[in-house]
Design a protein around this ligand. Structure first.
Ligand code: F6P
Length: 359
């Protein structure tokens, strides 16, 4: 049995633990299994850049961040475009799969990776996905590995900012990753005790945030913590196209600077912006993510042995299971309006940029 494995899209803590979990499971169950590591995600599949993975490759990587296979972003929308010889990336990936003589391809990645995995599966390849991302936005699974490590890091960032905010009496904006979905900001915002949490799913009214700050000033609080997702936007901005918003902000992709300037003017407070950026994706996976990655990796091994192709691993009701790739590819898991954590945040008086706390 010959199995290819790749990691694709943005890296996150736990990728190596998943590779290890999957490969150890397979080598333990199938003596003559051949494991092919595909370099830099779909790039390696397009360009036939691979290496044989041996037992030694999985030693000492459980707690190491990043991915031993390398990764890259290969936009889904370009997969079918043809080069001057009339050959597409999709054609090349199918050729590599055939050339290598793979029985199955395991794709570890986020939303974009799942879209391409779905495409390959539709083309007749035996594909099994494993959902990773700090964004936790893969449809059909309660959790993706990498998310909780990122929540831990983002929470520590808010904790550290908290002490400076309190000491200086400042209003601190902590801009966290999440362009389309705000799970990371929601969870870290609650864990870090933010006063305001702003999410891409719920466009905000800047005036409501100003009211929160003024009320806190009146109550004697000199500082404020605002956890804001990179994709959060005002109600006004949400009426524009993405390109128009960015142009209007002078090239800024996030709304944080504009909001901080508004708050500084409107409330007379001193503001600072902290952007932890890729720190949220780096470093060692948490113990939780090491366990989840081991569970998801070894379960993907089960799926391979059972020939359950065209699927992706998922966690539902706290149990490991799988979904069809066709049900997952192309759909994002947004925060629903009445999500339990949203309700909890609102019930504790955390403002999400609207007046729904009082509903
Ligand atoms: O998808 C994970 C993610 O970290 C997003 O939260 C973020 O918007 C994006 O990747 C950043 O991508 P890149 O590393 O390519 O700049």
């Amino acid at each position: 049995m010959k199995i290819g494995i790749l990691t694709s899209g943005g890296d996150c803590p736990g990728l190596n633990a998943v590779i290890r979990g999957f490969c150890k499971f397979v080598l333990n169950q199938v003596e003559d299994a051949e494991l092919i590591g595909i370099t830099d995600g779909y790039y390696g599949l397009i360009n036939n850049e691979t290496r044989i993975l041996k037992k030694e490759d999985f030693s000492g990587i459980l707690n190491v961040g990043g991915t031993i296979l390398g990764t890259s972003r290969q936009p889904y929308k370009l997969m079918k475009s043809q080069d001057r010889n009339g050959v597409s990336k999709l054609d090349k990936m199918k050729q590599t799969y055939e050339k290598l003589g793979l029985d199955c391809l395991v794709t570890v990645g986020g939303a974009g990776t799942h879209k391409t995995a779905g495409l390959l599966s539709n083309e007749g390849l035996n594909v099994i996905g494993i959902p990773k991302t700090i964004d936790n936005d893969i449809f059909g699974t309660e959790v993706t590995f990498g998310f909780h490590s990122a929540v831990d890091i983002a929470t520590e960032c808010i904790d550290r900012v908290h002490t400076t905010a309190a000491s200086h009496g400042r209003t601190m904006f902590v801009e966290l990753m999440g362009n389309k979905v705000g799970w990371l900001t929601l969870y870290a915002g609650i864990a870090g005790g933010a006063d305001v949490i702003l999410l891409p799913e719920f466009p905000y009214d800047p005036e409501i945030i100003a009211e929160v700050i003024t009320k806190r000033q009146e109550e004697g609080h000199a500082f404020n913590i605002i956890a804001i997702a990179e994709g959060a936007m005002s109600i006004e901005d949400s009426k524009m196209k993405k390109s128009e918003r960015i142009a209007m902000r002078g090239g800024e992709s996030s709304s944080t600077k504009a909001l901080a300037a508004y708050i500084e003017n409107r409330c007379g407070v001193e503001t600072r912006i902290v952007v932890p950026g890729h720190l949220q994706r780096g470093g060692n996976p948490s113990a939780y993510d090491r366990i989840l990655s081991s569970e998801m990796g070894s379960f993907a091994g089960h799926l391979v042995l059972e020939k359950k192709f065209g699927t992706t691993v998922a966690i539902n009701d706290n149990k490991v299971t799988f979904n069809k790739l066709s049900d997952v590819a192309g759909t994002l898991k947004y925060i629903p309006e009445h999500n339990q954590m949203v309700n909890i945040a609102r019930s504790m008086g955390i403002v999400l940029g609207d007046r729904r706390n009082k509903e």
